[in-house]
Every structure is written in structure tokens, then in C-alpha cells.
Design a binder for this molecule. Structure first.
Ligand SMILES: NC(=O)c1ccc[n+]([C@@H]2O[C@H](COP(=O)([O-])OP(=O)(O)OC[C@H]3O[C@@H](n4cnc5c(N)ncnc54)[C@H](OP(=O)(O)O)[C@@H]3O)[C@@H](O)[C@H]2O)c1
Length: 341
């Protein structure tokens, strides 16, 4: 089997660390592995699969001989992805920098693998909440066209990276030790104003836009239409940060053009790769973030009719947003490219 020179930009972050776990777990065929991050982490040692690696600062010269560049470094994508492409690498990017660029495919391999072939060097991984939602929407869309989607998210603090997780842990420690609570990261680290997330909910993820939606909400709306290749679909979203470490949950209401029974929805969802039905109300079985954390599958449950409209269903979906919502989805894209090259 061919082996590929791989670079991970942002290897010290939440998504970067998950890339390492998945590369080992999935036996990803890498040859040389470059571990890249910012200047802050340069020189740091990482032991991986029996070898010690030294983290390097990412520069435009980091990508010589690299064939697959996995980007999980936030703003680093805009700064260095063009240099990686120039050096001959295929970039698979977790940031939002290129997602809505018409020249960049936005891909969930189970949903729109056909888009991968259109790439010109960069392939974008969608927003994590979008990936988890479209994994459940696609099998339903295949049995009946979707008219409208109303989604509310319950997003884990790790969606805000390492510092989001540290913030929740530190606040819980402060509270149980009767100390004053410090809030420095959420809802948006780069803003001046912060709120407590421990024992609280924040209905703001990312900054507000002029239309009063947050950027996260607009990402779910715009990206879903691009991935599903259907701009006629009406979508509205409310995205909320919850004091959960890992795995996003979403309450999704779908209106179809034609009738879709609960049984037909279950049958379609259960056949779809990467989706697991977890729905047994008699035995109180439903998806929970604690159960999907560290797992590859997106779990769907609470599937029921929406009696307030003619052809509607409600369901609840949970998925590990660092895995399927980021690193796993990106690695699956890389695996698809390798298999089809
Ligand atoms: N966390 C999630 O659930 C999730 C889900 C989907 C997509 N994403 C996206 O994935 C990306 C990474 O998120 P994360 O949660 O892993 O963030 P994170 O835990 O905060 O880690 C950020 C990483 O980016 C590196 N970095 C920052 N500035 C850089 C620069 N100028 N050049 C090179 N590397 C730089 C950091 O390196 P240092 O250690 O040197 O600071 C660190 O390795 C973001 O674009 C995020 O939006 C995250």
C-alpha cells in the first residue's frame, strides 16, 4: 500500500490531538508525519506510535514533499493553506475560511462524496454542528424532499477548543471550592465580555451578524444548503453552548414535501453509514453526549411525528464533534482521496 507524507497543522489543539488518535486507530497509511502548530509550541515533544516528534512552527516552507495537509489551526488556514497547495499538497481544512468558496468542495463523505473530485487543492470540512445534522438529514432527504428544517443545538465546550474545556473545568473547581468564578473564554474568546458556562447556558456561539443570527447559526444554514446541493431548503437555527465537555446534541424539526412515517425514517437512518439509531422510549434509550463521546457514529433518537404540520418529524441527534464533526470527517476525506487516486 502506498504511504503518504502528512502534515497536521494545529497538532497541539483539540482537533489536532484527535487526528493523531484516529491516524493510529484507523491505520492511516502515513510515511513522514509533520507536526505543526504556532510559534508557541515549537520545540514541544510528542510521542506518537513509538516515535518522538518535535512540533515545528508553521511557515510557508513547512509543506515541502507533503501530500496531505490536515489543517486544524484556526486562522492558520488562511495564512498557510495556499502555500501548502502551492507545494503540491491536498489541504483538508477544519476552519471556516474556505467553506463557502464556490471553488472549494464542502464535504461529508457519506453525504456528498461526489464533490471531492471537484477540488482544486483545498477541501473544506463543514462546521461541526452542520456535519452532525446533515448525517441525519441526508438519508431522510433520499426518501422525501425536505422543505424546511428548524434546529436548536446544545454544543459542548470543547467546540471552543482546549481553552473551552479548561474554562468549564476551572469554573467547576472554583464553584465546588467556594472561590470566585473566573470567566475568560466563552462565549467568544476574542471578545472583551465573557460569561460563566458552568451551570449555565449561553445562546451565543461565535459573533453576531447584522441579521441578528450568530455566525455559527448562519454556518449551519448556508453550509447545509451547499452540502445537500439544494438552495430551496428553508433552514433556521439557534445555537447554544452548554456545560458539557464533549459531543454536540441537536433538536431537529423537519418538514417534508411528502409524508415520511416514523418507521420509514428509522429504516432509512439505520441503513445509513455512520448513523446509529438509539431510540427506545420504553426503555429510556436515547442519544446522550456522554455516550457518543469518543465514538465515530452519530446517534439519532426521539424520532416522532410533528403533529403541528402536515408532513413533519422531530428527532434528537448527538455526535462527537471533535471526531465526526472535525478530525474523523477530515480523515475520511483523505481516505477517500487515497482510495480513488
Ligand atoms: N473543537 C472542535 O470541536 C472543532 C470542531 C470542528 C472544527 N473545529 C475547527 O478546528 C480548528 C482547530 O480547533 P481546536 O478546537 O482544535 O482549537 P484549539 O484546541 O484551540 O487548538 C488550536 C491549534 O491551532 C494552533 N494554532 C493557532 N495559531 C496558529 C498559527 N498561527 N499557526 C499554526 N498553528 C496555529 C494551536 O497551536 P499552539 O498550541 O501553538 O497554540 C493549536 O494547535 C478551528 O478552526 C476550529 O474552528 C473545531
Amino acid at each position: 500500500m502506498n504511504k503518504y507524507n502528512v502534515a497536521i497543522v494545529g497538532v497541539t489543539g483539540a482537533v489536532g490531538q484527535e487526528f493523531l488518535k484516529l491516524i493510529e486507530e484507523r491505520n492511516f497509511p502515513f510515511d513522514n508525519l509533520k507536526m505543526l502548530a504556532s510559534k508557541r509550541s515549537a520545540g514541544k515533544k510528542i510521542n506518537f506510535m513509538g516515535k518522538e516528534y518535535t512540533v515545528e512552527e508553521t511557515t510557508n516552507d513547512s509543506f515541502k514533499d507533503v501530500k496531505i495537509a490536515l489543517f486544524a489551526g484556526g486562522a492558520a488556514s488562511k495564512m498557510f493553506a495556499p502555500a501548502a497547495v502551492e507545494a503540491g499538497a491536498v489541504v483538508i481544512d477544519n476552519s471556516s475560511s474556505f467553506r463557502m468558496d464556490p471553488n472549494v468542495p464542502l464535504v461529508v463523505p457519506e453525504v456528498n462524496p461526489q464533490a471531492i473530485a471537484r477540488h482544486k487543492g483545498i477541501i473544506a470540512n463543514p462546521n461541526c454542528s452542520t456535519i452532525i445534522m446533515v448525517m441525519a438529514l441526508k438519508p431522510l432527504y433520499d426518501i422525501a424532499k425536505i422543505k424546511r428544517v428548524v434546529v436548536s443545538t446544545y454544543q459542548a465546550v470543547s467546540g471552543a477548543g482546549r481553552e473551552g474545556m479548561d474554562e468549564l473545568k476551572n469554573q467547576v473547581d472554583e464553584i465546588v471550592n467556594n472561590k470566585p468564578v473566573n470567566s475568560n473564554v466563552l462565549p467568544v474568546a476574542s471578545l472583551d465580555k465573557h460569561y460563566q458556562i458552568a451551570f449555565n447556558l449561553l445562546p451565543q456561539i461565535d459573533v453576531f451578524k447584522e441579521n441578528l443570527y450568530t455566525k455559527e447559526e448562519m454556518k449551519m444554514i448556508d453550509e447545509t444548503m451547499k452540502i445537500m446541493e439544494d438552495s430551496s431548503m428553508r433552514i433556521t437555527a439557534t445555537t447554544v453552548r452548554v456545560p458539557v465537555y464533549r459531543s454536540h446534541a441537536e433538536s431537529v424539526n423537519v418538514e417534508f414535501v411528502d409524508e415520511v412515517s416514523v418507521e420509514a425514517a428509522r429504516a432509512a437512518l439505520s441503513k445509513f453509514p455512520g448513523v446509529k439509531i438509539c431510540d427506545d422510549p420504553d426503555n429510556m434509550i436515547y442519544p446522550q453526549p456522554l455516550n457518543t463521546s469518543g465514538k465515530d457514529d452519530v446517534e439519532v433518537g426521539r424520532i416522532r411525528k410533528d403533529y403541528s404540520i402536515e408532513h413533519g418529524l422531530n428527532f434528537w441527534v448527538c455526535g462527537d464533534q471533535i471526531r465526526k464533526g472535525a478530525a474523523l470527517n477530515a480523515l475520511q476525506i483523505a481516505e477517500y482521496i487515497i482510495k480513488n487516486s
